[in-house]
Design a protein around this ligand. Structure first.
Ligand code: XMP
Ligand code: MG
Length: 179
């Protein structure tokens, strides 16, 4: 069913059940690859909160959970390229295996900035796991981007953590803008 959020209409794109299926597949891979590495999962707020919570419930290996916050959309429906560092990662990641958890990689501008910033802290490795990727919008080569739950068309989406004007984060599936 379509939903109205502020002045825009959205239609279903990815169902809640399909998200949970992909999360289980990705978690199984991470549980295997990081079994003896005690990784630090770093969520990029706000958008990651629902994906990260559901993913972590499937992670069965010893690990830490931490957060950082960046913003780049500032309320609209397209990336502004102005990244605001809202709060820094407080965990010492020197010699640690870092798994960054993102809601969406659009142009890649935000992720490119964050990977470069965290790389300066000399982690043992950085891997990125994102719920969504818009391949047609991507402008950066980010080698660390190893896990993508869903590749989606270059359209504005909300739900499951993602917002329009700070609304819609609570929806349990992903919805795309009706144009
Ligand atoms: P870039 O272009 O830097 O954008 O890869 C990444 C950040 O922008 C936000 N973003 C979106 N938010 N619907 C949203 O609600 C979208 O379709 C969308 N595309 C990008 C998001 O915060 C992401 O981390
Ligand atoms: Mg984000």
């Amino acid at each position: 069913m379509n939903v109205k959020i502020a002045d825009l209409e959205f239609e279903p794109l990815i169902a809640a059940g399909d998200i949970q299926t992909r999360i289980k597949e990705i978690a199984a891979g991470l549980n295997k690859d990081y079994a003896d590495k005690a990784p630090v999962f770093v969520g990029v707020l706000n958008g990651c909160f629902m994906f990260m919570a559901d993913l972590m419930k499937e992670i069965t290996i010893p690990c830490e959970v931490a957060f950082t916050k960046l913003s780049s959309y500032h309320g609209g429906v397209s990336s502004t390229r102005r990244i605001r560092d809202d709060f820094d990662l407080m965990t010492d990641i020197t010699n640690r295996h870092v798994i960054l958890i993102e809601d969406i990689v659009d142009t890649g501008n935000t992720l490119d900035y964050l990977v470069a910033k965290l790389s300066h802290r000399k982690p043992a490795s950085i891997t990125v796991c994102t719920l969504l990727l818009k391949p047609d919008a991507l402008e950066y080569t980010i080698e660390e981007l190893k896990h993508v739950a869903f590749r989606i068309p270059n359209e504005f989406v909300v739900g499951y953590g993602l917002d329009y004007m700070e609304l819609g984060r609570n929806l349990n599936g992903i919805y795309k803008r009706v144009v």
